[in-house]
Write a protein that binds this ligand. Structure first.
Ligand SMILES: Nc1ncnc2c1ncn2[C@@H]1O[C@H](COP(=O)(O)OP(=O)(O)O)[C@@H](O)[C@H]1O
Ligand code: SF4
Ligand SMILES: [Mg+2]
Length: 306
């Protein structure tokens, strides 16, 4: 069934949808009735989202959330219906980056309603954690259970893009997120320029390949420092590592974002950098990266007219 048809029919219930080609229309042999109900609930939410894009990084602190937030904001500014899902159980930083630390989530009977801000819908595990340190002490299976429940409960409605800020690394947590989401349209891998980060990028790309998630490309963040006075970029770390590794692994390179005090300030004060500081060169670079993600829609057009 085409996405447009799904949207006009707006099925939120697999039992009345009638799409027999969908894997949610039938219970799997090894699945309990409860597991099947859970899967239908999750899939019936996700089938109303045209493109699901995960933002990955080999380790924390490289700017994954910064890229995810600005990517979602850029797509929103381009007129797309966008959701931003922060499922980084170790450091859900999206609420701080968007100035949403004190929001109270509302339920609607059918699940949890995302927070609407700047034209996009936002949901973060951080909204559920009373104490940000809580998640750190959760044991493996509990973490997975929380992630699963969370994905199942969020009422997104119809979206063009869902940008997912995943837990860092290539371990069980990002793996669970990718497996639960099911069909991901692509991954953006964020890294820093140092040579030591190359190992992590390789792992992230291999991770995507094993899960059959197309790599949209690699972003090199914190590449040089933008002087707040004159705007000149000084290379502190050796730049170009992201580009080299992308070429070596045969995936696109999406761009280098310099270390820019305006980005750090926007993140700390809950402002959308790409909107508030739209004229900054770093904002233009981020728009370019978002353009590569938006290009997923062109692939749809080619598929539909073929
Ligand atoms: N290009 C950049 N210039 C300046 N500060 C940045 C840049 N990218 C990220 N930061 C800052 O670095 C910190 C870590 O970024 P974050 O996106 O939270 O990383 P991650 O999600 O990978 O852990 C944040 O405080 C953020 O504001
Ligand atoms: S997941 Fe969506 S397309 Fe599939 S059966 Fe359920 S409602 Fe229909
Ligand atoms: Mg983060």
């Amino acid at each position: 069934m085409k996405q447009e048809d799904r949207e006009t029919v707006a099925p939120s219930n697999c039992d009345t949808c009638g799409d027999k080609s969908c894997s949610a229309s039938q219970r799997k042999e090894d699945e309990s009735a409860e597991e099947f109900e859970d899967r239908k609930k999750l899939q019936s939410r996700l089938c109303r989202i045209r493109h699901k894009v995960v933002v990955l990084s080999g380790k924390g602190g490289v700017g994954k959330s910064t890229v995810a937030v600005n990517l979602a904001a850029a797509l929103t500014l381009a007129g797309k219906r966008v959701g931003l899902l922060d499922v980084d159980i170790h450091g859900p930083s999206v609420p701080t980056m968007l100035g949403l630390e004190r929001v109270e989530l509302q339920g609607c009977g059918d699940g949890l309603l995302p927070i609407e801000t700047g034209g996009m819908k936002v949901m973060s595990l951080g909204f559920l954690l009373k104490n940000p340190d809580d998640a750190v002490i959760w044991r493996g299976p509990l973490k997975m259970g929380v992630i699963k429940q969370f994905l199942k409960d969020v009422v997104w409605g119809d979206l063009d893009f869902l940008i997912i800020d995943s837990p860092p690394g290539t371990g069980d947590e990002p793996l669970s997120v990718c497996q639960l989401i099911g069909t991901l349209d692509g991954a953006v891998v964020v890294t820093t320029p140092q040579k030591v980060a190359a190992v992590d990028v390789r792992k992230s790309i291999t991770f995507c390949r094993q899960l059959h998630v197309p790599v949209i490309g690699v972003v090199e963040n914190m590449s040089g420092f933008v002087c707040p006075n004159c705007g000149e970029v000084t290379l502190i770390l050796r730049a170009g590592g992201g580009k080299e590794i992308a070429e070596d692994m045969g995936v696109p390179f999406l761009g280098s974002i310099p270390m820019d005090p305006m980005i750090a300030d926007a993140c700390d004060t809950g402002r959308m950098f790409i909107d508030d500081d739209a004229a900054a060169p770093s904002a233009k670079i981020m728009h370019g990266i978002a353009g590569s993600v938006a290009a997923l829609e062109e692939k749809d057009t080619v598929r539909e007219t073929a």
